[in-house]
Design a protein around this ligand. Structure first.
Ligand SMILES: Nc1ncnc2c1ncn2[C@@H]1O[C@H](COP(=O)(O)OP(=O)(O)OP(=O)(O)O)[C@@H](O)[C@H]1O
Length: 248
């Protein structure tokens, strides 16, 4: 049986730096996979190759067996890839409802039509309910506390009804309690809706609590892959990344 996401020999260099150097892996439908590794390992570059932000020098990405390498981010949304947006940059002048409505319109492919008919309020509310943000529909995005910005970010990523969700450091900059709440919500959505999840994180509670499988990157390559307990116990992973933190 073919995987939902299949990555084959993916590579991208910047000048002399091989940021991603022949990476291959699979993610199954509904699976939660964490990509971890030290700073500069190549995780963000890998994500940007998958989500169409960067062009690969080499390699192939397949979704449901279809080659999607080189597709534009907007096409990828329509093919079933959801990814978090840079809300702070894109939606500063909007309310929460307008931001969600815009994301739904983009996902529908109506964004550049003459009518620019906004998504109806019920649909926007449904999307916001999934991330427990319906009560904030008329609030300006700029007035949201940081944890709610992250929830909105998640809502926008879900707007295209993705088969797989890419989240690059979803809990970065959040307080510990907020981090746990966000990851619990993400895990619930993934379980209830059958969406697969690929995420990077430096917070090991989020990784070990919410991943079915963990992949470890260092120097542009995958150096280990396995279930949470295997990765925790892997001597090479402890040496390059987890170190003494794993004993805590
Ligand atoms: N646009 C770019 N131009 C030049 N070098 C880059 C660029 N993007 C990434 N790199 C380099 O590629 C390597 C991998 O960086 P990347 O950001 O993908 O790592 P990362 O694992 O996401 O790190 P972090 O955990 O700190 O976010 C690093 O050496 C980085 O300096």
């Amino acid at each position: 049986m073919s995987a939902l996401l299949e990555v084959i020999d993916l590579a991208r260099s910047f000048g002399g730096v091989a940021a991603v150097d022949g990476v291959g892996f699979r993610v199954g439908a509904g699976e939660r996979v964490a990509l971890i590794g030290p700073n500069g390992a190549g995780k963000t570059t890998c994500f940007n190759l998958l989500n169409g932000q960067l062009k690969a020098d080499r390699g192939e990405v397949r979704l449901d067996g279809r080659v999607i390498t080189g597709r534009k981010p907007r096409e990828l949304v329509r093919l079933g890839i959801g990814r978090t947006f840079q809300i702070a940059q894109s939606f500063q002048s909007m309310t929460v409802g307008e931001a969600a409505g815009t994301a739904l319109a983009v996902a529908d492919g109506r964004m550049y039509s003459f009518s620019r008919r906004p998504a109806d309020r019920e649909r926007v509310l449904d999307l916001l309910r999934r991330v427990e943000l319906a009560g904030a529909i008329d609030r300006p995005v700029t007035a949201l506390p940081y944890g709610d910005v992250k929830r909105l970010d998640l809502a926008l990523a879900l707007s295209g009804e993705p088969k797989i969700l890419f989240m690059d450091e979803p809990t970065a900059g959040m307080a510990a309690g907020e981090r746990a709440a966000l990851m619990d919500r993400v895990s619930r959505i993934v379980a209830e809706e059958g969406v697969a999840l690929l995420f990077t994180e430096h917070d090991m509670d989020a990784v070990f609590g919410h991943a079915d499988r963990v992949m470890v990157m260092a120097g542009g390559r995958l150096i280990a892959e396995g279930a949470v307990d295997e990765i925790r116990a892997d001597p090479e992973v402890r040496r390059v990344y987890l170190g003494k933190a794993a004993d805590a």
